[in-house]
Design a binder for this molecule. Structure first.
Ligand code: GRF
Length: 221
């Protein structure tokens, strides 16, 4: 039997995506081991969520480091001590150096609240509304050195409703994220989705509720 992958989650805030991953592990929907949760902020509520679930937590505060490179080196040491198979960015609000990204080549995942490549960066929900987009959603991608870039693994899509404001849209996208991230991680854990060979990404994943998309997997609200 395949060993469940070891996940290390990096976050800076609320950690609702972490909670979705914890819940999926506890319910058996995700066959993975949460080896640790790391935050750059002591007040991140995600640390409390992790502690409540009995997961080891560590703080690597960026304010204690002179520059990005030394922060990223400390982060790498902390992460590697947990021996992860996959590093999961879940609301981690620091820009990572190319050295960090290269160190976790094909092992570093991020979730972003837009249908990438549209709306990289912040305020994605308001920007989708301002642009008059008909659809919006969330993307899980492999991390590359560019912000919110790198190969797409999966997207969750919703239709923007007439008169919808950015708060309501943010809530609906967040709810989709909570389904998408565990589903993608389970696709990786089961071997259905290979991070090393993206030619495999178009295989059907009947058990996950994900459907095929040209660039990867997609989930419809
Ligand atoms: C999510 O919207 C995610 O897409 C983005 O940061 C947010 C984190 O939310 N990268 P939470 O902390 O998981 O609630």
């Amino acid at each position: 039997m395949k060993t469940p992958p070891r996940l290390v989650v990096l976050l800076s805030g609320n950690g609702s995506n972490l909670q979705a991953i914890i819940d999926a592990c506890q319910s058996g929907q995700l066959d993975a081991h949460l080896a640790g949760v790391i935050s750059n902020r002591a007040d991140a509520y995600g640390l409390t969520r992790a502690a409540q679930a009995g997961i080891s937590t560590q703080l690597v505060d960026h304010k204690n480091f002179a520059d990005r490179e030394s922060f990223d080196q400390a982060l790498i040491s902390t992460i590697d001590s947990l021996q992860p198979d996959i590093v999961v960015l879940a609301g981690f609000m620091r820009i990572l150096t190319p050295l960090f990204v290269q160190h976790y080549h094909n092992r570093l995942l991020n979730i972003h609240p837009s249908l990438l490549p549209r709306h990289k960066g912040l305020h994605t929900h308001q920007r989708a509304l301002d642009a008059g987009d008909s659809h919006h959603g969330a993307s899980v991608h492999l991390v590359s050195a560019e912000l919110d870039d790198g190969p797409l693994l999966a997207q969750a899509v919703l239709a923007i409703q007439p008169g919808e404001n950015s708060e309501r849209l943010a809530q609906r996208v967040h709810a989709l994220e909570h389904r998408l991230y565990p589903a993608v991680l389970q696709a990786i854990a089961s071997g259905a989705l290979s991070l090393d060979d993206r030619r495999h990404h178009n295989r059907p994943l009947p058990a996950s509720g994900l459907r095929l998309a040209t660039q990867g997997l997609a989930l419809q609200e």
